[in-house]
Design a protein around this ligand. Structure first.
Ligand code: PMP
Ligand code: GLU
Length: 440
């Protein structure tokens, strides 16, 4: 029974609507859904403005909906979440077991064990030719946490952050948590989803504090070349107040050639925070280890922030990450090769679907087709107005889960993760083709 006062909220209004709805509607399922909706409305009024202003992560939401439908017995193929389907390599798991046996079970230094930060420092030098000393490195609970630390540590209310679209879904809300303003810069499929220095320059104002991007990019798979990064670095070096957040978490899933970091140019390095982690390259999403290399004043500030929130991240996962990063990167070549084969397969099969516009992703494990051809089309009563409608149509009619491009700031597209087996991908794209063919 609802009480009249629920943490200061007057619920009479809701009780009235409830009675009205009870008389009016005998359908139990819609009644329960309605009740849930009312409770959510009430809860919203007692939560902070901060949380109410955030959206649920659309990647995680789609993964959740798929799981719920699967639990109801539906044969859903989920290509919604971006996580390698491979198991963590054995030598990494062994390092974690050893860490437990050797009692690495206590609180760790807030920025991470010194041995791990030394391993990251060597990795930066070995793989990226970057000089970050262990004091310039902070290890966090996933790259997601490392990025949130940065937003909370650097941004003030009203600061502007330049965000090329499509962007990874959480950047937008991380910036909003810090009460700063995401300023999107559009890039479409015709530009291979990459922005130019001219576009960036046109978006800079006196309030611009950050330029924030990923390469290889989630969701488009685009990769900025060394020349393109140089041109962006040249522009931003003329604006020393603007920091660059370079998210390089897909470093090891790059089909072009060697990964390129924007911090490699000495004249910009003091403005760059390089973000990376072990989730994608080493199939370690559940271990929750991400890190930054940054100017020391930023690393110190992130450590201070982290000291009040989470402390140092999991001791055992840190030891596992150390083993991963100390190993020769050749150990993960089979996974990279599998991703390349899957990308080629998916592109071949999707190119046979009329109406889809495709670019060739050069990295990460996503395809981001432009699906605007289907907007305005119908199947019986169902009208497809946008990518959200199309993703729901594909989910309920085709039993295949993908994420609407709207979540990534590009409402003409859909994101498909191909981090799954070739058999599943083949079946998924067959379903996609058949379902899209229903739209007239
Ligand atoms: N950046 C990008 C671009 C990502 O796709 C992800 C995936 N979740 C992250 C950061 C966060 O990774 P982590 O699992 O290390 O938190
Ligand atoms: N990065 C993955 C994705 O984009 C994981 C999900 C998440 O952390 O949001 O799907």
């Amino acid at each position: 029974m609802l009480s009249r006062k629920f943490s200061g909220v007057n619920v009479d209004k809701y009780c009235f609507i409830l009675k009205f709805k009870l008389v009016d509607n005998n359908n139990f399922i819609s009644f329960v859904a309605y009740l849930q909706n009312i409770m959510e409305n009430i809860m919203e009024q007692v939560l902070s403005n901060r949380i109410n202003s955030l959206s649920e992560s659309q990647t995680l939401a789609m993964a959740r909906i798929s799981r719920e439908l699967i639990a109801q017995g539906k044969d859903i193929i989920s290509l919604s979440i971006g996580e390698p389907d491979f198991a963590t390599p054995d030598f990494i798991k062994e390092a974690a077991k050893k860490a437990i046996d050797e009692n690495y079970t206590h609180y760790t230094p807030v920025p991470g064990y010194l041995e791990l930060r030394k391993a990251i420092s060597l990795k930066f030098k070995r793989d990226n030719n970057l000089d970050y000393s262990p004091e310039q490195i902070v290890v966090s609970t996933g790259a997601k946490h490392a990025l949130t630390n940065l937003a909370l540590t650097i941004l003030n209310p009203g600061d502007e952050v330049l965000l090329p679209t499509p962007y990874w879904v959480s950047y937008h809300d991380m910036i909003k948590i810090a009460e700063a303003k995401p300023i999107t810069i559009h890039s479409g499929i015709e530009a291979d989803f990459k922005v130019t220095p001219q576009q960036i320059e046109a978006a800079i104002t006196s309030k611009t504090r950050m330029f924030w991007f990923s390469s290889p990019c989630n969701p488009s798979g685009s990769v900025y070349s060394k020349d393109e990064l140089f041109a962006i670095a040249q522009l931003l070096s003329k604006h020393p107040n603007i920091l660059i957040v370079a998210d390089e978490i897909y470093e090891h899933i790059n089909f072009l050639d060697k990964h390129q970091s924007i911090a490699q140019f000495d004249f910009i390095k003091d403005q760059v925070i390089t973000v990376n982690g072990v989730s994608k390259g080493f199939a370690m999403t559940g271990w929750r280890i991400g890190y930054i290399g940054a100017p020391k004043w930023i690393a110190d500030a992130c450590t201070k922030m982290q000291g009040q929130f989470t402390s140092g991240t999991c001791s055992i996962a840190q030891k596992a990450a150390q083993a991963a990063l100390e190993a020769d990167p050749i150990s993960i070549t089979p996974m990279q090769e599998a991703f390349r084969k899957r990308r080629d397969l998916v592109l071949k099969l999707m190119s046979e679907i009329p109406g889809l516009k495709l670019n060739v992703p050069k990295g990460a494990f996503y395809v981001f087709p432009d699906v605007s051809y289907f907007f305005g089309k119908t199947d019986g009563e169902t009208v497809i107005k946008n990518a959200d409608d199309l993703s729901m149509f594909l989910l309920h009619k085709g039993l295949i889960a993908m994420v609407s491009g709207d979540a990534f700031g590009n409402p003409d597209c859909l994101r498909l993760s191909y981090a799954t087996s070739e058999e599943i991908l083949t079946e998924a794209i067959k379903r996609m083709k058949n379902t899209l063919a229903l739209l007239k």
